[in-house]
Design a protein around this ligand. Sequence first.
Ligand code: SF4
Length: 342
Amino acid sequence: MTLTGHLLYIDITQTCGIGCTFCMYADKHKRGSSLALSERARQNIANLINAPGVKRVSISGEGEPLNNVDAFHQILGLSAGGKSFEFITSGFFPHDRLAAFYDRTDALLAANGDTCNIRLSADSYHIEKIRHKPHGFSLQYWLEQRPRALSFSMRSVDTDRQFTRDYLLAELEERSITARIEGIAPLEDELYVDNDVFHISYKNLVHPAEWVSGDYLGLRDYILAIEAKYGKRFTLGSLNNHPMSNGMDVTIKPDGSVCFYGIETIELGNIHSDHFTWDKLARHVAETPLISHLYTVPFLELLDRLDGQEDAQKIINKANNPYWLIKEMSRHSALLDRMVTA
Ligand code: SF4
């Protein structure tokens, strides 16, 4: 199996005080840990970031990553240059503090020859909780400051996409910025301000039935939309456009533990005590039947193996997202076995 174009997620904190209704990590926020970089962790992260097969480094959290900005900036300092980062955030800081964060981040990135896309959550769950709305402010910051290395995009788990569209346009209008939004695919819009384009991506809300009614993509339709976007069948791992091979999706958790994204029951070690390279991780994929199945067999084919099995269907309907489905099914090992070995 050829694996290239890897995605490295670094979850830098579990701390969050925002309290979105749908949050899947709410149980971790009160006693949440944050990533502190030990010497071994620095070596490991530098190895993983600077390997040529990495397409992107995504900084996020099981909490709000703005609560551990120091770790983010230290990670940027480990790059040898030419790297593509993203920072997934609610953007909850007061605007003067947010601008200072953008300025500092842009300076660090530009000095290294790196880039970072700031992906702001723009759905009703986040927006209703955030006092200092960052969306219009951040796009205006970009349009006026033209930072060298920062770009901005929006992400939404809203089942009502029109909410996100109307909200963003209203935010910009309040700042006298005329914009328009065009849908370009089932999971993607583009927001235009004159000739500048900002991307909006939509993700499936996990456990939708608990929070919403109305239209949303069921798991199969969601996967079909992803397959249409990439021009190939969906498997776990980092999906790259057809005809490129896929890569590995690897997550470093705030406590330093490492796993393949979504396959959290198999802990690969800890960045504070073990030694990581992409070659070593690729050997894990090849040598672990569960992981190699999930990385090579189209997910919809795996789902077909569970047709007619009531216990499995209940979990599938509830999780509504392939990565969360694996997480939830792994609590029932027989189900995961049935899915990958039938
Ligand atoms: S901002 Fe993110 S981590 Fe915090 S409550 Fe909302 S979804 Fe959860």
